[in-house]
Design a protein around this ligand. Structure first.
Ligand SMILES: NC(=O)c1ccc[n+]([C@@H]2O[C@H](COP(=O)([O-])OP(=O)(O)OC[C@H]3O[C@@H](n4cnc5c(N)ncnc54)[C@H](O)[C@@H]3O)[C@@H](O)[C@H]2O)c1
Length: 673
């Protein structure tokens, strides 16, 4: 059978084992992962990993894998990591038989760049556990497949494992990805942990396993929009003003959370962001994404309040626990206007949330040596954190959950008072999720979402040209304040030095904006003004994610527990020929709490791509707006009505008739026994 596999495969890992690479010091390493494997399971995990390896090397690799499993709770296959720095090189430097095969390699390598990835050696791009694929054998094999892929084949990737190349056609996706999708009864963290340790499940989060992460810039724009709109809705800020003179306090300067200080600064606010890991502060400070850093509470608060009083923006990184910061601010009677949290609370017990009283290093050690004790400390701190937020709330602070499952994590520790109905989480929580209150009604319901693109040449000139083209387009199509915010964003984006890794840009746009910009960029590629571009979006979008505690939290017709929108979005994008598509379990809120998907679309300047863009771009956005409209969301209904008119004879979306509450109440009363 060994010979059968070896002879039957022409695409496989090289026979010779690579030299064990030198691990460079100074890069963050993932903590040991929980797995609880039985002895039989451990054997299975090793056998599973050996499927990638020629049997001549099994004796050697079985020992190496056993050691990794013991030490890290996972088999990463470190030996197979190419030595040195990985990064998204210019597309011409990649081998491949079609442009998509090469473009996707750029995106994968960008996700694993030392400057971009959270734990680059463990293939984690962001969000504590969001991985490109499970191990380095998969990485190597995916690359081999991408080099062989033609424009009439589709590569299937299941939880990081490249299942194979299958023939399709030129308008079909070149790669179809799924991550961590589990059968209902097993769809929970415990089963997922076991499956991941066995090497059969990958936590793709969103753009990590969807190969579309563009560094924390991706979230700066969303956070900027959220903060600005929170100010408008809750602090009475005029539509043409910013957050000058307001104080924002939060936690986390990691992969995504690292955007908070920068976004607050761009929005004009003074801010303090607590972070327990000094290396994260270092990264953000070197990048210029936080303006000040200190481990003194007194100094942090002094700098921030001085800026606040002068109406000047600042982003102060406080090295320490968020709960210590809140206690200090409360004791000193400092008024906080806006408050949030962006620790990795979707995985609080895996290292996502640091308990009060532990340094970052102590947290890592305890996680390894005493996970049960660690859990208890996490619960205690979360509960105290919640109490502090309640106290600030009483003093007029507006707190919102920033999509990191913070409220759910508090609830999971047994705090029922955090639930709207005082009993369970079915009706949501007493504090809003930022999507429920802000991003949903102000942006997603119109279709505005995190459209993005990446210039595959790695040439900053190309990015500059696309920025300018986008700014010009939005200026000409300025319909509402959201358009103006987006115009300001893209106009100033270069000045704000947001690029980390490849030359990418995020820009919130609605369905028409996304399609028209995509067509414009493809035309620019066609005319030779710029090199090839890849488009995509965060899964965290109007139609990309079903997640009742986040993206779909402002859907109130009871369908927020359904996962059909993201699935339809993915299927529809496949049908319309996006270059690659991804569907995941978990997203930013955790296993079993979200189904989410995204896409990548390579612009090569061709008419073929124009055809796909005209079909796929409106679909990808309007699926979300349609569902939001059907849930009776007012702004979504207006948007759908406009769309039905615009696309008359081509597209047609069902709209809801609105029933009168009183009439329904009376009808119910009339049949009461
Ligand atoms: N709202 C969104 O659009 C959005 C997007 C992506 C991610 N998220 C969510 O935000 C969370 C953070 O994402 P990330 O990529 O930044 O993760 P991350 O793990 O890279 O960063 C979180 C940071 O919080 C710090 N931290 C943990 N506990 C702390 C404490 N008690 N006090 C101070 N600092 C503490 C950690 O050291 C870490 O650096 C995740 O749950 C993710 O799902 C939200």
């Amino acid at each position: 059978m060994t010979d059968l596999a070896n002879e039957a495969m022409t695409i496989k890992l090289d026979y010779e084992l690579p030299e064990y690479p030198k691990m460079e010091a100074g890069y963050r390493r993932a903590p040991r992962r929980e797995s609880h494997l039985s002895e039989a399971d451990k054997a299975l995990a090793i056998k599973n990993a050996l499927r990638y390896i020629h049997p001549d090397h099994h004796a050697k690799m079985a020992k190496e894998f056993a050691q990794e499993l013991e030490e890290h709770g996972r088999i990463y296959g470190y030996r197979f990591r190419p030595e040195g720095k990985l990064y998204g090189k210019p597309i011409d430097e990649y081998k491949g038989k079609c442009i998509e095969g090469r473009a996707i390699q750029v995106m994968i390598d960008n996700n694993l760049d030392f400057d971009v990835a959270l734990y680059p050696y463990e293939l984690v791009t962001y969000g504590e556990t969001g991985q490109v694929c499970q191990n380095w054998m998969q990485y190597r094999l995916i690359k081999k497949y991408l080099e062989e892929l033609t424009d009439e084949q589709t590569l299937v990737v299941m939880s990081g494992h490249p299942l194979g190349l299958f023939h399709s056609h030129k308008l079909a996706p070149r790669v179809i990805i799924s991550n961590g999708l589990m059968v209902g009864t097993f769809d929970d963290q415990e089963n997922f942990n076991r499956a991941a340790a066995l090497g059969v499940a990958n936590y793709g989060q969103m753009t990590a396993g969807g190969w579309m992460y563009i560094g924390p810039q991706g979230i700066v724009h969303g956070t900027f929009n959220t903060l600005l709109n929170a100010g408008r809705l809750k602090l009475g800020i005029a539509q043409d003003k910013d957050l000058a003179g307001k104080l924002f306090v939060s936690a986390g300067l990691g992969g995504m959370s690292g955007a908070q200080g920068k976004a607050a600064e761009i929005a004009g606010a003074a801010s303090i962001i607590a972070e327990v890991d000094d290396s994260r502060i270092d990264t953000r400070y070197t990048q210029g994404w936080v303006s000040h850093r200190t481990d003194s509470l007194e100094e942090a608060v002094k700098i921030a309040t001085e800026h606040q009083k002068a109406g000047k923006p600042c982003a102060v990184a406080y090295l320490g626990n968020i709960v210590d910061l809140l206690e200090y601010l409360y004791e000193k009677n400092v008024h906080v206007d806006l408050m949030s949290d962006q620790t990795s609370c979707h995985v609080p017990y895996d290292g996502g949330y640091c308990p009060q009283g532990l340094t970052f290093e102590q947290r890592t050690e305890m996680l390894d040596k005493d996970p049960e004790g660690f859990r208890k400390l996490v619960d205690k701190t979360l509960q105290h954190h919640y109490e502090m937020i309640c106290k600030f709330h009483e003093r007029g602070t507006y707190f919102f959950d920033y999509g990191n499952s913070f409220l759910k994590a508090v609830y999971d520790t047994g705090v029922k008072s955090i639930c709207k109905n005082g009993e369970n989480d079915l009706d949501g929580f007493i504090f809003p999720s930022y999507v429920e209150d802000i991003l949903g009604p102000c942006l997603f319901d119109f279709g505005y979402g995190p459209f993005r693109w990446c210039c595959l040449s790695r040439n900053p000139e190309d990015l500059h040209k696309t920025d300018m083209a986008a700014a010009e387009y939005i200026k000409e199509h300025n319909r509402r304040y959201q358009d103006y915010d987006n115009y300001v964003w893209v106009r100033d984006a270069e000045k704000n030095k947001l690029v980390v890794g490849t030359q990418c840009r995020i820009l919130y746009q609605d369905a028409m904006g996304r399609m028209n910009l995509a067509l414009k960029f493809n035309e620019m590629v066609r005319n030779g003004e710029i090199g090839p571009v890849i488009l995509g979006r965060d899964h965290h979008d109007t139609g990309g994610t079903d997640a009742p505690f986040r993206e779909t939290s402002n859907i109130k017709d009871g369908s927020n527990i359904m996962a059909e929108m993201a699935t339809q979005c993915y299927a529809g994008n496949a049908a319309r020929g996006m270059s690659y598509i991804a569907l995941h379990n978990g997203g930013g809120t955790g296993i079993g709490r979200a189904i989410n998907g995204g896409f990548g679309m390579v612009l090569d300047g061709s008419e073929r791509v124009d055809t796909i863009l005209k079909m796929a771009m409106p679909w990808d956005t309007m699926i979300g707006v349609s569902r939001r409209s059907w849930a009776r969301n007012e702004n979504a209904m207006t948007t759908v009505a406009e769309y039905n008119k615009m696309y008359e004879g081509k597209d047609h979306i069902t709209m809801p008739y609105l029933a009168d509450d009183k009439l329904v109440e009376d009808a119910l009363k009339s049949v009461e026994g």
